[in-house]
Design a protein around this ligand. Structure first.
Ligand SMILES: [Fe+2]
Length: 210
């Protein structure tokens, strides 16, 4: 009887440990993404992402932007807390320009980048400036946005594009995958700053997301 109880205890323990490790495992979603590890640069930089933040270069560049939004779970209704967002964009010449001493993925993504983390209401706000389009290729101006949920690896969503951008052709609009929902936003001037809002839906149009 004693042995039987012992075996039962060990079995229960192993089931509970397995359950725990599965719960902590990061789901592999979003398909190939070479630079998604950039999302994790904040750790080595000792940055504690907040729901509201200002990207470098805000003071010295214009037009200034205030981008607000809410992250929702896949149902499109439940606010998603503890969601990490990573943003980066070009400078006013359309270049991903690093600073003099770039760290990690800043060498590729440039210095105008930042991290946010949603609170219970899923809301976030970031201040930055409007990037310029790439100098030599026909590509609309855009702000990249990547996301990391507590239990997924980082994945990317559709970049922010601006409704008023003449380079945002109908062909370009049609080619969007709408990852996380459409990234095309309409800028409106409020209190002297160009403002836009976007709803982000985790997992929407994201490969391997169940
Ligand atoms: Fe880009």
């Amino acid at each position: 009887m004693k042995t039987y109880l012992h075996v039962l205890l060990l079995t229960l323990l192993s089931i509970s440990c397995k359950g725990q490790s599965d719960a902590n495992a990061e789901r592999n979603v979003g398909g190939p993404c070479q630079d998604c590890e950039a999302v994790l640069d904040f750790k080595a930089l000792n940055i504690a992402p907040k729901a509201i933040d200002t990207l470098p270069g805000f003071e010295n560049n214009k037009p200034k932007l205030k981008i607000t939004g809410t992250v929702f779970q896949r149902d499109g209704k439940t606010p998603a807390e503890n969601t990490l967002l990573y943003l980066y964009h070009t400078d006013r010449k359309g270049i991903y320009q690093p600073s003099k001493n770039p760290f990690g993925w800043e060498k590729t993504h440039g210095q105008y980048r930042g991290w946010l983390k949603t609170g219970k209401d899923g809301k976030f706000t970031f201040y930055t400036f409007r990037p310029a389009p790439y100098p030599k290729v026909q590509e609309p101006e855009h702000i990249h946005i990547y996301v990391k949920e507590p239990n997924t690896i980082p994945y990317y969503m559709d970049s922010y594009f601006f409704e008023s951008d003449p380079k945002l052709t109908s062909e370009k609009r049609r080619s969007q995958k709408n990852r996380g929902g459409s990234g095309i936003v309409k800028l409106e001037k409020k209190n002297g700053i160009w403002t836009a809002n976007r709803k982000l839906i985790l997992g929407l149009n994201i490969p391997d997301y169940k």
